[in-house]
Design a binder for this molecule. Structure first.
Ligand code: 93A
Length: 544
């Protein structure tokens, strides 16, 4: 063999395009070495090929488990154009390999078969092929590694034009593809064994479905260690899981910051409400207030609770429609009230003595609002009062739209405390969600018109024993004027003063936002004019 002759090693499971490739290589005087089945096919097509064993001087063995695993192969691939490497090769009489063509055993197809056994899957774990791919990809400064039959024609074309040389750019892309091939392959193997050996709920969790019911199968896993929570009953879907993982740190952080029991009510990975229990009030109170922030949005919520769930809290939850709960633990009676429960452990630390520069209630409210934003899809603005979220605007692309949305919700919440709402006479049998919907129409001034044959009006009226009298604009103003000392926080700076003015209209007195806008000064001045305290906090809190 002349030293200028190039060598290719071919070992492919998927033999698509193999013969055209082998033919093209052979026509350019390239020496072909191939593993058993690959060599057989090429030879039968009348193309000159040698078995890999002609350079390893060892037969394929262990029923094919060892075919190409040999220093004659891998030193030939891994050798650099260095004097010391050349010397090593010469001493062992090994030739350099210039091109490697390899694709792997069909592990994925095998494990997709119904009732596949571990033994069947194990046999499809390619060792030698992965080694060929990795070795050649590692040495891509000299070697071209072809792992995708789709690349054969352009590769041959390049060889022809470049006198059997492959450009550096192509070698880099081939190497990248080879690494992706082995990564994907190893991920499939790890996933298979995670399911079989790690146990459901330990390192891996089978989900009810992905984001939507038609997205099955779905699973969650950690790459090492254990899943940090336990499913006690039911089966979470992907969004339940996101809600659980997002709502839990919110209540944990509230508890750690304020040393008060905390609760959150999540929908679509943002809080619809969050609250702490003030003045020694219990967890149940925190949840009732979290749920009360935005009852409409909380329908079918995900709940997070900072402390052990007691019977009273469980009973309150049991009256509502909720998807699931995450809490550190449950009293034995409490578990009876739930369909789906996840548990996680909580280590609440005592808060450091805070340096009060705001009245303590405002500090609590701004803490509740700001921590809630940390776990809310951005952009977001949150209003809080009495340790409770009263309005949250999430996921808007424009800041003022968040501020308005949160403000409108806060106004809605405030009107729900109006005596006329509290005194509503409900028709017997009206369900809780129907009451929430009717109150929402009433307080937002969206009561359906009283005209003959308006089915929406008929439905609205059917909820009441006595239909409440709509608010006049004067009554609205008078009630709004009594809403004071609200706090509001923003997850990023206010780009315009309009946000301050809108917050002010909903009774906001304490407002927190990071700085960074060219309008910072104007925003602070607007807050001053409205008699508001502006807390400039350092950290932007975008979350997705
Ligand atoms: O069982 S292996 O991991 N042992 C090896 O030494 C080895 N070398 C290449 N499988 C090995 N291969 C794989 O064999 C290649 O990745 C390729 O998928 C397949 C080609 O086998 P054949 O040429 O006999 O059809």
């Amino acid at each position: 063999m002349s030293s200028s002759q190039k060598t290719a090693i071919l070992s492919v499971y998927n033999k698509t395009g193999l013969l055209d490739l082998a033919n093209g290589l052979a026509q350019q005087g390239i020496r072909l070495l191939a593993s058993g089945g690959t060599a057989k096919l090429i030879r039968e097509a009348g193309i000159k090929v040698e078995d890999v064993s002609s350079i390893t001087h060892a037969p394929e063995m262990l029923a094919g488990r060892v075919k190409t695993l040999h220093p004659a192969v891998h030193a030939g691939i891994l050798a650099r154009d260095l004097e010391s490497d050349e010397k090593d090769l010469a001493e062992q009489n090994i030739d350099k390999v210039d091109y490697v063509v390899c694709n792997l055993y069909p592990f994925k197809d095998t494990i997709a078969k119904i009732n596949v056994t571990i033994a069947e899957a194990v046999e499809e774990i390619d060792i030698g092929g992965v080694t060929l791919l990795r070795a050649a990809a590692k040495n891509h400064s000299r070697v071209a590694i072809l792992s995708d039959p789709a690349d054969y024609p352009s590769f041959l074309e390049e060889l022809r034009k470049g006198d059997r040389e492959v450009s550096e750019a192509s070698r880099k892309l081939y190497a990248l593809k080879a690494f992706e091939h082995t990564t994907d392959y190893d991920a499939a193997i790890a996933e298979f064994f995670r399911k079989r050996y790690a146990g459901d709920g330990v390192q891996q969790l089978t989900l009810r479905y992905g984001a939507n019911p038609h997205q099955k199968p779905a699973q969650a896993f950690v790459e090492s260690g254990k899943i940090p929570f336990k499913v006690l009953s039911g089966s979470p879907g992907y969004i339940n899981l996101l809600d659980a993982l997002n709502s839990w740190p919110l209540v944990k952080e509230l508890k750690e910051s304020l040393n008060l029991p905390a609760a959150a009510s999540f929908k679509h990975v943002s809080p619809a409400g969050a609250a702490v229990g003030l003045d020694d009030s219990p967890l149940a109170c925190a949840y009732a207030r979290a749920r009360g922030a935005d009852r409409m949005s909380s329908f079918g919520d995900w709940i997070a609770l900072s402390d052990e769930v007691d019977t009273v809290t469980a009973k309150i939850i049991g009256r509502e429609v909720s998807d699931g709960v995450i809490a550190p633990s449950y009293s034995p009676e409490a578990t009876l009230f739930f369909r789906l429960i996840l548990t996680m452990s909580l280590q609440a630390s005592k808060p450091a003595n805070p340096d009060y520069r705001l009245p303590p209630p405002a500090l609590i409210d701004l803490t509740v609002a700001t921590i809630a934003l940390k776990y809310t899809q951005s952009n977001s603005v949150c209003y809080a009062k009495n340790g409770q979220i009263v309005g949250l605007g999430a996921g808007q692309q424009s800041r003022i739209h968040c501020t308005r949305l949160a403000g409108d919700k806060a106004d809605n919440w405030w009107f729900r405390q109006h005596p006329r709402v509290l005194d509503i006479k409900w028709k017997k049998g009206t369900k809780r969600p129907d009451k929430s919907n009717a109150i929402d129409l009433f307080v937002s001034g969206l009561v359906p018109k009283k005209v003959e044959g308006n089915p929406e009006r008929e439905q609205y009226e059917s909820a009441f024993e006595e239909v409440p009298i709509d608010f006049t604009p004067e009554e609205r103003k008078e009630w709004m004027d009594q809403c004071t000392d609200v706090s509001a926080s923003s997850d990023a700076f206010f780009p315009f003063t309009d946000n301050v003015f809108r917050a002010h209209a909903s009774g906001v007195k304490y407002i927190a936002a990071p700085g960074g806008s060219v309008m910072d000064q104007a925003v602070h001045e607007a807050a001053d004019k409205c008699g508001m305290v502006f807390v400039h906090q350092e950290t932007r809190l975008f979350h997705h």
